[in-house]
Design a protein around this ligand. Structure first.
Ligand code: AMP
Length: 394
């Protein structure tokens, strides 16, 4: 895997088309979470400092190829400008006259945000004409939107074939972290796969059994495995129809020499709510539901972490939004964080609710890398080729 970075390009006097993911949440008319904006600042600053003109391409919401006023990126411009500490100009269309005029007005080091690329149907269709209209605006394509790299759209994939291309800072660090965890990791590698359902993670498990040495299966999906092994799961969330699939995954893991760790004790309750009465059991009673892994399971997981060199984590070990059923997730996350801090473990996590679960545990800061990319992170874990990344390899 090889791709160019900002350091391989000469931006002086050039116009860089920079694909970013600033699809940020809004509350009460203001950006309510700056994470994605802050994450792309290093790329913007570095190109700007190198004398380049920075033209930002991004999507916002799902306007489906039409102009939808509530999905205008104009609303994000001010927050971006404040975070950057310099003016950000705006063009009311990402191609054609308004875009050309705005680019013409730029000086070296300036930053321009173009309107939502998804206002044009050609974006999601990866239409060559639309990609060519974007390419006509600049000299170099910089992709800094790993989280959109699983989509083959004009601004994430098509453009890379039309202009000299490279990865931005965020994209490069994301690719490096994921390569260290799954592409070219130091063994033993342990994966944690938790969350609600096996059905959404079949491809992921199928890929992991041949790549990692151990997999901790947790959360609601562990119930499906326990049931497949003939263990009682009471009223737990469980995909009984996937029993055969679960057994096939266990066999495949066995053949590949990948050890599977399922919970050995369980925290059960009679109600799915915070602070519901609960107990630790080894077998789920008929009228109860499993909401977390028990302390013996956590001890086994922590021991497994201690003998691993690399950890890749997706999905919580229990119903983490409900106190105290976040206990196993929190304790295992803390153990991974401590081992990482001591230099004993490379820990990478991401996808879906994982970031929220690890943030809640308070241990996220110490992880080697936490990816904020949802779908793209999962597809990477599934072993799929990400079109936006492949196009950069060129
Ligand atoms: P996912 O999006 O697949 O990563 O699943 C995350 C969701 O799984 C969270 O909302 C958790 O509350 C839920 N979850 C995890 N363990 C359980 C469980 N034992 N029973 C019900 N829901 C669970």
């Amino acid at each position: 895997m090889s791709w160019k970075t900002l350091d391989d390009m000469d931006f002086a006097g050039k116009t860089a088309l920079v694909r970013v993911d600033i699809n940020v949440p809004f509350e009460g008319g203001a950006v309510s979470d700056m994470t994605r904006i802050n994450a792309v600042l290093p790329t913007i600053r570095d190109i700007s400092a190198a004398g380049g003109k920075v033209v930002l391409l991004a999507h916002f919401g799902r306007p489906k190829g039409k102009v939808v006023a509530e999905m205008s990126l104009q609303q994000v411009r001010e927050a971006l400008s404040d975070a950057l500490g310099k003016p950000v100009a705006f063009a009311a269309d990402c191609i054609g006259g308004p875009a050309k005029k705005a680019v013409m007005a730029m000086n070296s080091g300036d930053v321009l945000l173009l309107e939502n690329t998804r206002f044009h149907a050609g974006e999601q269709q990866n239409d060559p004409m639309f990609a060519a209209s974007l390419a006509a605006l600049g000299d170099i394509f910089v992709n800094d939107a790993f989280s959109a790299a699983h989509r083959a759209h004009a601004s994430t994939e098509g453009l890379a074939h039309l202009l000299p291309s490279c990865a931005g800072r965020l994209m490069a660090s994301e690719l490096q972290a994921l390569d260290a965890a799954l592409g070219n990791p130091t063994h033993p590698v342990i994966a944690v796969v938790g969350g609600a359902k096996v059905s959404t993670k079949l491809d992921l498990l199928g890929n992991l059994v041949s790549k990692v040495d151990q997999i901790v299966i947790g959360g609601g999906m562990a119930n499906t495995f326990l049931a497949a092994q003939g263990k009682p799961v009471g009223k737990s969330l469980c995909e009984h129809d996937l029993a055969q699939t679960a057994l096939e995954i266990l066999t495949k893991a066995d053949e590949a020499g990948c050890m599977i760790l399922l919970p050995v004790d369980l925290v059960v309750a009679r109600e799915f709510r915070a602070n519901a009465d609960n107990e630790v059991v080894t077998e789920c009673p008929e009228d109860a539901m499993i909401l977390d892994a028990g302390p013996a399971s956590v001890a086994a997981i922590n021991a497994a972490f201690a003998s691993a060199k690399t950890l890749i984590w997706n999905g919580p070990l229990g119903a983490f939004e409900l106190d105290p059923f976040d206990a196993a997730t929190n304790a295992a996350a803390q153990c991974a964080a401590d081992l990482t801090k001591d230099g004993k473990l490379v820990s990478v996590a991401g996808g879906g609710d994982t970031v929220a679960a690890l943030n809640r545990s308070g241990a996220a800061q110490e992880f080697t890398y936490i990816s904020t990319a949802g779908g793209a992170f999962l597809e990477w874990m599934e072993g799929k080729t990400l079109p936006g990344v492949k196009a950069l390899e060129g």
